[in-house]
Design a protein around this ligand. Structure first.
Ligand code: DUC
Ligand code: ZN
Ligand code: ZN
Length: 472
C-alpha cells in the first residue's frame, strides 16, 4: 500500500517524458508504473506535467548587504516564495565576514534558517578571508561535514579576493574536493569607471550598467578560468550575462578545463534600458553583472539551448524598492554606486523559462528539467536523492499546468520585496501543486506546510570536483 499515488500525469525527467503513475511511501518515490495499486491518498494529475521540484542553487537570503541595507527576505519568506514558484530545494549562501571563522558564519545562518524553511535548504560558503587556518583547517573539515561548495568574488570591496588569494582558495578546493563558484567582474576596472562616472556627474541607475561593462566580466571570466587551469581545478562560472563571457567558457572547455556555466532570468528578460527607466525606477533592475542588450539576451538563450549553460538559477537577491533600507537608501538617492545590487526572482524563475523557453520551442521540457533541477542536484552533490523522478528519490515534485496563463504581478508573489522586475509579464505555465518529501506543501496557491517543514541537506562532493555520486 502506498501513502500516496499521483495518477495519470506526464512524468518528465531530464531524459524522458512518460505517462505513468508515481507511488510514494515514507516521503520517497517507491514505484513508477503505468497503473499503480491502492494508496491511502491519491492525486489526479491528468493533463499536468509531473516534474522534479525545482532546485535553485543560487539564492541570497538574509545576507548582510552593507550599511543600513536589509535584504527583503528571511528564510521563511524566501523559501515560501521558492515553494510557490515550484521549488523544493534552494541553496543560499553563507557569507563569511572578514576575521570570522567559517564555522561561526555557518552557526549564524543555521540559527536564522532553523525552524523557518518551507523548502529543503543547503548552504554554499562565501569565502572572503582565506587565511591559512580557514583554508587549511576549517575547509577540509567542513567539506567532510557536507559543505561541499564555495563562492569567491572578484568584485565588491570587502568581498573580492586578489588573484593570490583566489589561487590559494582554488588550491584548497582542489585538495578537499570542494567545488568553487566564481563571480567574475574586474573590480579595479569597475572602481575606475565608477570614479569617471562620478567625476562627470553621471549618477543615475543606468550608470550601474555602464560602469560594469561586458569587458570587465569577460576579462574576469578569462582570468578565473586561467587561474583554475593553473591550479588544475574545476569551476562554476555563475550568472553569465553575455556572449563574450560564454566564449571564454567554450574556449576553456576546448583547453580541457572542467567548467560549468550558469545564467539567470534577468539576462534573458531584461536589458540595460530597464535601468534607464524614469526617475529612480531603474534601481529596481540594479544587479551584477547588469542586464545587457538584446544581442546578449539572444546569446544567453543560445547558451541554454546549446549547452554552454548547465544551470539556470535566479540569483534571487531581494531588496525593497520604496524603502530607506533598500533601493532608496539615503545614500542611494545620490548615486547609483550606493544602490544595493540584486533583484528578486526565485518565484518567477520556473514560469519564465517554461513560458519563454518551452512554450516558445527554444528548449524542450527535458532540457527545462535539466536546467532547473537535475543539473543543480548533480553538480552540487544532491543527486539522485534530489533533482529527478526515480525509485528511491525524495518525492519532491512540482505538478505543472502548462495551460495556466498568468500576468506576473507583485501582489501575487510571496517574497519580501515590494516589486518584481517582471511586473506585467504574461506567462503560460504555472505550478499548481508542490510536494516536499511526499507531503503536499502547496496546492493552488495555498500552503499546507509550516515553516520548519524544510530540512537542511548536507551534500556529497560534486562529481565534477572528483566526488562520486552516492550509491543507493
Ligand atoms: N550580484 C551578486 O553578486 N550577488 C547578488 C546579487 C547581485 O546582483
Ligand atoms: Zn555573484
Ligand atoms: Zn548571487
Amino acid at each position: 500500500m502506498f501513502d500516496l499515488v499521483i495518477r495519470g500525469g506526464t512524468v518528465v525527467t531530464a531524459s524522458d517524458t512518460i505517462r505513468c503513475d508515481v507511488g510514494i511511501r515514507g516521503g520517497r518515490i517507491t514505484a513508477l508504473a503505468e497503473h499503480l495499486g491502492p494508496a491511502l491518498d491519491q492525486i489526479d494529475a491528468t493533463g499536468l506535467f509531473v516534474l522534479p521540484g525545482g532546485i535553485d542553487s543560487h539564492v541570497h537570503i538574509a545576507q548582510p548587504s552593507g550599511d543600513g541595507i536589509v535584504m527583503a527576505d528571511d528564510f521563511e519568506s524566501g523559501t515560501r516564495s521558492a515553494l510557490h514558484g515550484g521549488n523544493t530545494t534552494v541553496l543560499p549562501f553563507c557569507l563569511q565576514q572578514k576575521g570570522q571563522s567559517l564555522r561561526e558564519a555557518l552557526a549564524g545562518y543555521h540559527a536564522l534558517a532553523e525552524g523557518r524553511c518551507l523548502t529543503d535548504v543547503s548552504f554554499h560558503l562565501i569565502v572572503t578571508d582565506p587565511t591559512p587556518a580557514v583554508l587549511g583547517q576549517e575547509l577540509p573539515a567542513l567539506v567532510e561535514d557536507g559543505y561541499t561548495s564555495l563562492k569567491v568574488f572578484m568584485t565588491y570591496e570587502g568581498l573580492r579576493l586578489r588573484d593570490d588569494e583566489i589561487l590559494a582558495t582554488l588550491d584548497a578546493a582542489r585538495s578537499t574536493g570542494a567545488l568553487v563558484m566564481v563571480h567574475c567582474e574586474n573590480e579595479d576596472a569597475i572602481r575606475f569607471l565608477i570614479g569617471k562616472h562620478e567625476e562627470e556627474g553621471r549618477l543615475s541607475p543606468l550608470c550601474h550598467a555602464t560602469s560594469r561593462p561586458i569587458a570587465a566580466e569577460r576579462e574576469a571570466t578569462h582570468r578565473a578560468l586561467s587561474l583554475a587551469e593553473i591550479v588544475g581545478v574545476p569551476l562554476v562560472i555563475v550568472h553569465v550575462s553575455n556572449r563574450e563571457a560564454m566564449e571564454e567558457i567554450a574556449r576553456a572547455r576546448m583547453r580541457g578545463i572542467r567548467v560549468a556555466g550558469e545564467t539567470c532570468p534577468q539576462y534573458l528578460m531584461l536589458t540595460a534600458d530597464d535601468l534607464d527607466r524614469d526617475g529612480w525606477e531603474g534601481a529596481k533592475f540594479v544587479c551584477s553583472p547588469p542586464p545587457r542588450d538584446a544581442a546578449s539576451q539572444a546569446a544567453c538563450w543560445q547558451g541554454l539551448e546549446q549547452g554552454i549553460f548547465d544551470l539556470y538559477s535566479s540569483d534571487h537577491c531581494p531588496f525593497r524598492f520604496d524603502d530607506p533600507q533598500g533601493k532608496l537608501n539615503p545614500k542611494g538617492t545620490r548615486s547609483f554606486r550606493w544602490v544595493p545590487n540584486g533583484i528578486p526572482g526565485v518565484e518567477t524563475r520556473l514560469p519564465i523559462l517554461f513560458s519563454e523557453g518551452v512554450m516558445k520551442n527554444r528548449i524542450d521540457i527535458n532540457r527545462f528539467v535539466a536546467l532547473t533541477a537535475t543539473n543543480h542536484a548533480k553538480l552540487y552533490g544532491l543527486y539522485p536523492r534530489k533533482g529527478t523522478i526515480a525509485v528511491g528519490s525524495d518525492a519532491d515534485l512540482a505538478l505543472w499546468n502548462p495551460r495556466e496563463r498568468r500576468v506576473v504581478t507583485n501582489d501575487r508573489l510571496h517574497h519580501g520585496a515590494d516589486y518584481t522586475p517582471y511586473e506585467g509579464l504574461e506567462v503560460q505555465g504555472w505550478p499548481v501543486m508542490v510536494l516536499l518529501r511526499g507531503q503536499i506543501a502547496m496546492r493552488d496557491g495555498e500552503e499546507f506546510v509550516r515553516p520548519g517543514a524544510g530540512q537542511y541537506l548536507p551534500r556529497q562532493r560534486s562529481p565534477m570536483a572528483g566526488g562520486s555520486p552516492a550509491a543507493g
